[in-house]
Write a protein that binds this ligand. Structure first.
Ligand SMILES: O=c1[nH]c(=O)c2ncn([C@@H]3O[C@H](COP(=O)(O)OP(=O)(O)OP(=O)(O)O)[C@@H](O)[C@H]3O)c2[nH]1
Ligand SMILES: [Mg+2]
Length: 202
C-alpha cells in the first residue's frame, strides 16, 4: 500500500493515524484534506456497520483504498452508552467537554469498582473491486470521577487505562498509540494483510 485515505473528519483520530502509519512510509490523507466531501450519516446499529458505511462511501468517491474508524466509549454501568453515539452524546454539535460532563454526571453515584468500561474501535478497509475487511480493538479501563491530563481527545481525560495506570489523557501520543483500541485494531488489520503493510526497510 503506497497511500491510504482515512475516512475521518476527527482531528484527534487523524493525528493518531498519521503517527501510526509513519513507520510504513504510507502516505496518509484524511477527509480534513478534502473539506468538500460531505458528512456521511452514521445510520448503522453497530460500530462495524458505521465503519463499513464510511469506508465504502469514500472508497466509491475516490476509487482508492480507504480505511474508516468508528469508535467510542462503552460504560458498563450505563448499559453500554455512550457507545455508537459517543461523538454526539451531549448533542448534535459534537462537544467533547459536554460529553465528558454528561458521563461524569450520570456516574456521580456509581462506586469505583462499578465504573468499568472500554474504548472500542472498528476499522473497515474498503478496496475498489474487493470485499471490505473489518477488524476491531478494545482498551479496558474505568471512568474517573474527574478529568485527568490534557493529551488526546474526546473522553481521554476521564478514562483510566488499567494497563498503564494513568488516564488516557496523561499518556503521551506515543504511549497512547501503543495500547489504544485504534492501535490494536490496526495491528489486526496488519496481521491479516501483512503484504500491504511493509515497513520502509523491509
Ligand atoms: O477519548 C477518546 N479517545 C479515543 O481514542 C476515542 N476514540 C473515539 N472516541 C469517542 O468516540 C467518538 C467517535 O465517534 P465516530 O467514530 O463517529 O467519530 P467522529 O464522528 O468523531 O469522526 P468521524 O471519524 O466519524 O469523521 C469520538 O468523537 C469520541 O467522542 C474517543 N474518545
Ligand atoms: Mg462520526
Amino acid at each position: 500500500m503506497e497511500k491510504v485515505i482515512i475516512a475521518t473528519k476527527n482531528p484527534g483520530k487523524a493525528k493518531e493515524f498519521i503517527r501510526m502509519f509513519k513507520p510504513y512510509g504510507i502516505e496518509v490523507k484524511t477527509l480534513l484534506d478534502f473539506p468538500d466531501i460531505e458528512d456521511i450519516e452514521e445510520t448503522g446499529q453497530t460500530f462495524e456497520e458505521n465503519a463499513i458505511l464510511k469506508a465504502e462511501t469514500v472508497c466509491k468517491q475516490f476509487n482508492q483504498m480507504v480505511i474508516a474508524d468508528d469508535s467510542g466509549l462503552i460504560v458498563d454501568a450505563l448499559d453500554g452508552r455512550p457507545g455508537i453515539y459517543s461523538a454526539r452524546y451531549a448533542g448534535e454539535e459534537k462537544n467533547d467537554e459536554a460529553n465528558n460532563d454528561k458521563v461524569l454526571n450520570e456516574l456521580k453515584a456509581v462506586k469505583e469498582k462499578d465504573r468499568t468500561g472500554r474504548f472500542y474501535c472498528a476499522l473497515a478497509l474498503a478496496m475498489p473491486g474487493k470485499e471490505t475487511i473489518t477488524v476491531n480493538g478494545k482498551c479496558e479501563g474505568t471512568v474517573l470521577f474527574e478529568r485527568r491530563g490534557t493529551n488526546g481527545f474526546g473522553y481521554d481525560p476521564i478514562f483510566y487505562v488499567t494497563e498503564m495506570k494513568k488516564s488516557m489523557a496523561e499518556l503521551s501520543p506515543e504511549e497512547k498509540n501503543q495500547i489504544s483500541h485504534r492501535k490494536k485494531a490496526l495491528q489486526k488489520l496488519e496481521e491479516q494483510l501483512s503484504h500491504l503493510f511493509l515497513k520502509e526497510n523491509e
